[in-house]
Design a protein around this ligand. Structure first.
Ligand code: GLN
Length: 190
């Protein structure tokens, strides 16, 4: 059985675990670096990216996650998790994994749009739109040549993939739509 770690420092980690288990994989809450040895993939939930990044550094997770990613561990970041994956965060020096060749803008949709939902057309997933929940969401402002753009909303990139790394600006774990998690699991089987 595939085992997926869910970083359990902050945010909706329980919802991610539920989604993973619903898809027939095993979910493990990750709080310590040594727990990463046993997982094929890691989900980094939303929350506050500065706080999560600081905890990751303080608890020795930052370097260990980078090391495991180098060995082929897949990572899926939602919202704050996406920010932590980015190489470039506009106007911020905050701690990050910096694994993905993307430029992100935090809180990008502005105060009027703190939270909103949108139907996303994701060609990879067929006709039925993905109902996406955005909460103080970032977007991807630019991508490097290795990055595949899977969806945009309001002309901003909100799903991207680079090899074994996947990022969404929104929160699929808060809906019943399991296609993003299913896609992440399929990346592990490639
Ligand atoms: N605004 C948060 C940040 O910049 C992300 C919000 C979220 O994860 N829902 O870190």
């Amino acid at each position: 059985m595939i085992t997926i770690g869910v970083l359990a420092l902050q945010g909706a980690f329980r919802e991610h675990c539920r989604m993973v288990e619903h898809l027939g994989a095993q979910a493990v809450e990750i709080r310590k670096p040594e727990q990463l040895k046993a997982v094929a993939g890691l989900i980094i939930p939303g929350g506050e990216s500065t706080g999560i990044g600081k905890m990751m550094t303080d608890w020795g997770l930052m370097d260990k996650i980078k090391e495991r990613a180098g060995q082929g561990m897949a990572i899926y970041g939602t919202c704050a998790g996406m920010i932590l994956l980015a190489q470039d965060i506009i106007d911020s020096e905050q701690p990050r994994l910096g694994l993905m060749d993307i430029v992100v803008q935090r809180n990008a949709f502005g105060r009027q749009q703190e939270s909103f939902e949108a139907d996303l057309y994701v060609p990879e997933f067929g006709e039925a739109p993905v109902r996406a929940v955005f909460i103080r969401a970032p977007f991807i402002e630019g991508v490097g040549p290795e990055v595949e753009v899977l969806a945009s909303v309001k002309e901003k990139i909100v799903i991207a993939r680079q090899g074994n790394l996947l990022a969404t600006a929104f929160h699929p774990e808060l809906t019943d739509d399991d296609r993003i998690h299913r896609y992440f699991l399929s990346m592990l089987k490639e």
